[in-house]
Design a protein around this ligand. Sequence first.
Ligand SMILES: NC(=O)c1ccc[n+]([C@@H]2O[C@H](COP(=O)([O-])OP(=O)(O)OC[C@H]3O[C@@H](n4cnc5c(N)ncnc54)[C@H](OP(=O)(O)O)[C@@H]3O)[C@@H](O)[C@H]2O)c1
Length: 356
Amino acid sequence: MDKIKVGILGSTGLVGQRYVSMLSSHPWFEVAAVSASSASVGKSYREAAKWVLDKDMPERESEIRIVGAKPTAMKAEGIGLVFSALPSEVAKAVELEMAKAGLAVVADTSAHRMDQHVPLIIPEVNARHLIALRGQRKNGKGFIVTGPNCTTIGLAMSLKPIHSEFGLRRVLVSTMQALSGAGFYGVPSMAIIDNLIPYIKNEEEKIAQELLKILGDYKGSFSFAKIKVGASCHRVGVLDGHTEAVFLETVKNASPEGVKECMRRFEGEPQKLKLPSAPFPPVVVREEPDRPQPRLDRLSGAPERAKGMATVVGRVRAESALDNGIKYVVLSHNTIRGAAGNAILIAELLKAKELV
Ligand SMILES: NC(=O)c1ccc[n+]([C@@H]2O[C@H](COP(=O)([O-])OP(=O)(O)OC[C@H]3O[C@@H](n4cnc5c(N)ncnc54)[C@H](OP(=O)(O)O)[C@@H]3O)[C@@H](O)[C@H]2O)c1
């Protein structure tokens, strides 16, 4: 089978590097163009990227020359699908331009997540929302599909089975978010060593809005789930992996054992379709009292290709201060499952559904 040629926008950043690494051995996709800011255009990927991953930069991709974030540059390489890891303020116009030129855009950026016709997808949770693209794809038109914020992904993966089984009335979450979530130049070391920062701009609003769109319905337009959501977001001195303490109220009475069981049983379309990057199981439930921990659990996920794709839950217990209260801790790798890995899984789903 010929591989589908793909481009990466923002390829030199922390998320972009994950794309390059994960796509270098992908069975369906092949990186044909890498793009970055004008300061990097014309350099080889090796010269332009400040590589931070503990896996070596892949040889083939390291030789590719950086091009500008223009549809013409993508089309010149025979590309029909681009992944976008651009800064959101840049992404707004560029992603639209790409889609208008007929390209399928799978984005990690917040620029179009809440747009009326843009599906916001976690493949295990709301793959059915992709029907919103059917009309747009007619006549060779392009489209934008996005993944949610890196904090929302682990949260939504853990909540979906509970919502399906017991119904959710209220969700409160307190996050401990990794440094890589802020990008390469995000948090100065002087600000975070021996410290934490109890504020992440716009993050709390994003979690609430995105979660309700993902858990909502699509019938010609998106409707939002009716769940009360509150978040408090904090940056901590962890390199990768967002940890979240979740407190919730269910509609039907739920025991901790019942919650763990429904999480363990949970699977979505990626598992049913056996997509290459699908983790088995998508939610790993641990019983130890002191897990999950970012350093130990962020690369959870089987098989090998799905490392970092599983959401890890632990400390599931009852919370008597709430009505039908449950609380637990959830962990998810922010640049893998929370960004590039989720987007690659979306692209695999698009291919399985013949949308690319
Ligand atoms: N980090 C995470 O965990 C995470 C998770 C989910 C979503 N996201 C989202 O993903 C996006 C990328 O995040 P990141 O953490 O990878 O950021 P980053 O490390 O700062 O990387 C930004 C990338 O965009 C390129 N770029 C900057 N300005 C540009 C311009 N004007 N035109 C074209 N390219 C430009 C940079 O190229 P140069 O190297 O040439 O500067 C670099 O490749 C953001 O929208 C972020 O919100 C991040």
